[in-house]
Design a protein around this ligand. Structure first.
Ligand SMILES: NC(=O)c1ccc[n+]([C@@H]2O[C@H](COP(=O)([O-])OP(=O)(O)OC[C@H]3O[C@@H](n4cnc5c(N)ncnc54)[C@H](OP(=O)(O)O)[C@@H]3O)[C@@H](O)[C@H]2O)c1
Length: 239
């Protein structure tokens, strides 16, 4: 096992889906702790982080995430933390779902995650403080009504991480899955959520999920957070 690391100071972090919501909050929290950031999103927003490497990157395009990973490793001398957070959602009864949304959710949430990890893992294996964190969802642990395809995509993420942990923990790469309930972001807006949705007020803030990510990657290297479910206090769906 690598050295004891309990901060993010000086570590290099790649965050996908960094241009909005949970990804922005996570990137900013890691930067505040002294990490060096590579940021992936189609908008290529650097979200105000000085020195961040932000490039237009669609995680559905393996060559784009591979190029960003290569540039980040070259510029910063490696990659220690990957937060695979990019994701999309659309809600509604299965047969009513726009077929384009089906493709987008599976391509982004499932294949986008696999492409991200395939590109970045060699660098994590070279790091002595490696953490791979996926922002999945409680929809990947149970099947909420009206979320059949989204839930399928999130179960795939959870299954991938549960299996990957077996092959990586002995090699010093910690696999952590963060599974939030509702978070007030741009997520699924116009695709099952609206800005007027009364449930938004009771949802978590993106910073609260970012806190959970930072918690996972700053554990002493004696243990790992495999899966953390975090729910708003208004959510009794796991009771
Ligand atoms: N909000 C919730 O209630 C909730 C609950 C549980 C889990 N989650 C999960 O949390 C993650 C972040 O969601 P959020 O709530 O922060 O939503 P958000 O505000 O809509 O942010 C989604 C992010 O993903 C990026 N993204 C989407 N498609 C992409 C692609 N093909 N390539 C690269 N980046 C892409 C978006 O950037 P661009 O548009 O610039 O590409 C954006 O930065 C998602 O995986 C979501 O499933 C959300």
């Amino acid at each position: 096992m690598g050295a004891v690391v309990s901060t993010v100071e000086g570590r290099v972090a790649l965050v996908t889906g960094a241009s909005s919501g949970i990804g922005t909050a996570t990137a900013q929290a890691l930067a505040a702790g002294g990490a060096k950031l590579a940021l992936a999103s189609r908008r290529a927003d650097d979200v105000g982080i000085d020195g961040a490497l932000a490039r237009p990157c669609d995680v559905r395009r393996p060559e784009q995430i591979e190029a960003l990973v290569a540039e980040a490793a070259e510029r910063f001398g490696g990659i220690d933390i990957v937060v695979a957070n990019a994701g999309v959602g659309a809600y509604g009864d299965f047969l009513d779902l726009d077929p384009e949304y089906l493709e987008e959710m599976i391509d982004t949430n499932v294949k986008g995650l696999l492409y991200t990890v395939r590109a970045a893992l060699p660098h994590l294996l070279d790091s002595d403080s490696a953490d791979l964190v996926v922002v999945a969802s409680v929809a990947g642990q149970r099947g909420p009504e009206g979320e059949a395809v989204y839930s399928a995509s999130k179960f795939a993420q959870v299954g991938f991480m549960r299996s990957l942990d077996h092959e990586l923990y002995r090699r010093g790469v910690r696999c952590s899955t963060i599974a939030p309930g509702g978070v007030h972001t741009e997520f699924a807006m116009g695709r099952g959520r609206t800005p007027q949705d009364p449930d938004l007020a009771d949802m978590m803030r993106p910073q609260e999920v970012a806190d959970a990510v930072v918690h996972a990657v700053t554990r002493p290297r004696t243990h790992r957070v495999l899966e953390a479910t975090i729910l708003p206090m208004s959510d009794d769906s796991m009771n």
